[in-house]
Write a protein that binds this ligand. Structure first.
Ligand SMILES: Cc1cc2nc3c(=O)[nH]c(=O)nc-3n(C[C@H](O)[C@H](O)[C@H](O)COP(=O)(O)O)c2cc1C
Length: 365
């Protein structure tokens, strides 16, 4: 004889799993839309926040005036919380931080290298929460000591600038050790099942970038979106370095004529250096400048042959242009299905027959 007992829906379970992330972000879903330079403008950021996630504006190389305008434009489109991503190498970093504070931005993500302690202090004193990227456990611990409020750990599956370690390994290395602040996992997440997996490993939430590029609200050029829709995981490759004397910061992007020319260009520069025609420092700068303006060329102008098509390996799971709200709803439905399947939680109703699944659900917390 079976009894009917309330054990909660899969959504209850999901909400319990990502409570810490939701509380930290002030959102319905603990899903951050990773800032993407040229892509994450007011339109996409507001759409992610309006869909229940947490949109993050990409400041990139914007001036303080441009950032102020973009924050105002975002606020005109959403009353929900959103954040701003600042690149630590920006020469006006402290002015940009001040713009965020003046405009009531409550969460600032500092990306692109170890953030300067005075900027962390400036933001925290101004009442903002500071989120930083931790590429290794030792740096995660250092950032927590420096007072950051949350961490993002991003694996090499991600689109854009990447480190050498896979998301799955970073998650195992860092999640069990860092308990003082919420940790969000990024890199290679394309479906809700993966979100559940990282939450169960101890993540407070997740951050996705690639999956939002083809959102209807994304300003990316139709050519850029088409390249994403056509691509499979193995088309998104890290930029290759030809010579160890001339380091190349790895950037994961879809292969195109530009990535092929980059190899030829490095070869040409190295040969000139070997012949004594150019100093090492100048040769290095020439290599670094090859990609200047290339992301804009691809995202805004639609030059998908010569521009930079930054994309993560989850690009293979981008199959069509979709409203942002649908992308978020799809991720949540997949997460719920995974939980319903695993623990026997009812997908839609709060009651279901008690049985072995109930014991499992209890064991899983
Ligand atoms: C086109 C593109 C541009 C990006 N620009 C930035 C950026 O300006 N700042 C940043 O912190 N991360 C940037 N990222 C990384 C994303 O914020 C996010 O962390 C990453 O896309 C997550 O991994 P996924 O691509 O596998 O979802 C970019 C990613 C892409 C695909």
């Amino acid at each position: 004889m079976s009894t009917t007992t309330t054990i909660g829906t899969a959504r209850d379970k999901l909400d319990a799993l990502w409570t810490r992330g939701r509380d930290f972000l002030g959102t319905e879903l603990a899903v951050m839309g990773g800032a993407m330079t040229w892509v994450s403008d007011a339109g996409l950021v507001a759409a992610i926040s309006n869909g229940g996630g947490f949109g993050v504006l990409a400041c990139g190389a914007m001036t303080p005036e441009m950032l102020a305008q973009e924050i105002d434009a975002t606020r005109a489109l959403t009353a929900k919380p959103f954040g701003v991503n600042l690149i630590t190498m920006h020469p006006q970093l402290d002015t940009l931080a001040a713009v965020c504070l003046d405009h009531g931005v409550h969460h600032v993500v500092l990306a692109g290298g170890l953030p300067p302690a005075p900027v962390i202090k400036q933001l925290k004193d101004g009442g903002a929460k500071v989120v930083c990227f931790a590429p290794a456990l030792v740096l995660a611990k250092k950032l927590v000591r420096m007072g950051v409020d949350a961490l993002v750990i991003e694996g090499m599956e991600a689109g854009g600038h990447i480190g050498p370690v896979a998301t799955s390994v970073l998650a195992q290395e860092i999640l069990p050790e860092i308990r003082d602040v919420p940790v969000f996992v990024a890199g290679g997440i394309g479906r809700g099942e993966a979100i559940v997996a990282y939450l169960e490993l101890g993540a407070a939430g997740v951050q996705l970038g690639t999956r939002f590029v083809c959102a209807t609200e994304s300003r990316a050029h139709p050519n850029f979106k088409r390249a994403f829709i056509r691509a499979s995981a193995r088309d998104a490759m890290p930029s290759a370095q030809l010579d160890s004397r001339f380091p190349v910061i790895p950037v994961r992007a879809l292969q195109n004529e530009g990535t092929r020319r980059f190899m030829d260009f490095q070869r040409e520069v190295v040969e000139r250096f070997n012949r004594g025609e150019v100093e090492q420092k100048d040769a290095q700068l020439e290599i670094e400048h090859f990609w200047a303006g290339a992301l804009r060329r691809a995202v805004i102008d639609g030059d998908v042959e010569n521009g930079s098509l930054m994309a993560g390996q989850s690009v293979g799971m981008v199959t069509r242009e979709q409203p942002t709200a649908d992308i978020l709803a799809e991720l949540v439905a997949q997460a719920e299905d995974a939980l319903a399947g695993r623990y026997g939680h009812a997908k839609d109703s709060r009651t279901q027959e008690a049985g072995p699944a109930l014991a499992l659900a209890g064991a899983a917390g």
